[in-house]
Design a protein around this ligand. Sequence first.
Ligand SMILES: [Ca+2]
Length: 429
Amino acid sequence: MKKIVVIALAVIAHGWWSQVAAISLDDHAQLRAVAEELVAQNYYSRAELDAIFKDVEIQQSVLDAMMNPAEYRLTWGKYRKIFLGQERIQQGVEFWQEHAETLARAEKEYGVPASVIVAIIGVETKFGRIVGKHKVLDSLTTLSVGYPRRSKFFTKELKEFLLLAKENNLDPHAIVGSYAGAVGYPQFISSSYRHYAVDFSGDGVTDLMSQPVDAIGSVANYLKRNGWQPGGAITSTAHQKVAEPVAELANRNRKTPYIAADLRKLGAEIGASVAANERLNVLMLDASEIVPDDDQRDYYIVRAGDTACQIAERFSVPCKQLFSLNKLNKRGTIYRGQRLKLPASVVRNTPRSQRVSKPITESSKWVVSQPAAESHSAQIGESQSAYVPMPRYFYTHPNFYAITEYNHSVLYAMAVHDLSVAIARAYTN
Ligand SMILES: [Ca+2]
């Protein structure tokens, strides 16, 4: 028996299953168990389920996608580049304008800012534009029988999906979504849909596939029910350096295991608005992974060989003004990869190509300049261009954790946060 399982796994791993394969409920114990439960609970008759599963097909493409999810391949920089593009920000502003009243109502009822709701729907599906093309029934069945590591989870979701379809009078074969079975504007999996989705439009139907108003209320409800704290922060702004004992605690986890008062005792500079007993984490990301976003054009990224006054001259800005705008020290110490703010007048008049240097690539990682005391010149020499990892520290708050309940990746939560800020900025301008 064991041997048969091993062979079956090898077949799946090598994709020897044809692109699609038919299936029968009786072929798989876990499917049979789901069917028996649904019949016992009077949701379906066995004949009805047999008819449904007669047309279910195992999809190799679903297994392939599951083996290689985007979250594990992307760096922070690539994440930002994908999710913080100008197009998505603009679409976010339009979505906000179109649903301003609904978003304000959701913010009031659930305490979740409109900008965060908009950002999540933007990251998930570009506001309903990319909701997935996989038949959810096929995907969940495929993962139940063909992905042993998480078979239990997807078998449960398959049952939830069949309940969802029955409760909402939907044809199970008509629902499409991601390869992992997430559906609609906010990409809810079936159990989340059943437990957290709300009929925010009040028409008696809870529909995340075609009612953005329901999606807005449902995202807010999801975050609230998963620990969102109204008025709370998501992350504090990035620090290039933190006190050594604080740096030792830094990690890349989503949980918030520390207490603000304890971190302050260790030398953490946490904003005064954070209460002494608030739970926090010290999240560390590598800033060398950041790719400059193309949407924010009011800055210049320092290249090797630049000096502050040369940059000022290039943009016809008085040297002094550039210094004060960027709070540079008297020597004008800058470092390669640093973002220098430019006056608004320059931003309006300068072609973009002169402002944003080439994206940072593997061969030109960010480097940290020598401390001013050791550097006799503000110029960044090529001798300093060797790769130096450049950590950025964030204090992440319980609301950061609440977002990761949506998707466990810390990069996901950072993307949602950054996109929410970018869209809010564009919306209010
Ligand atoms: Ca509705």
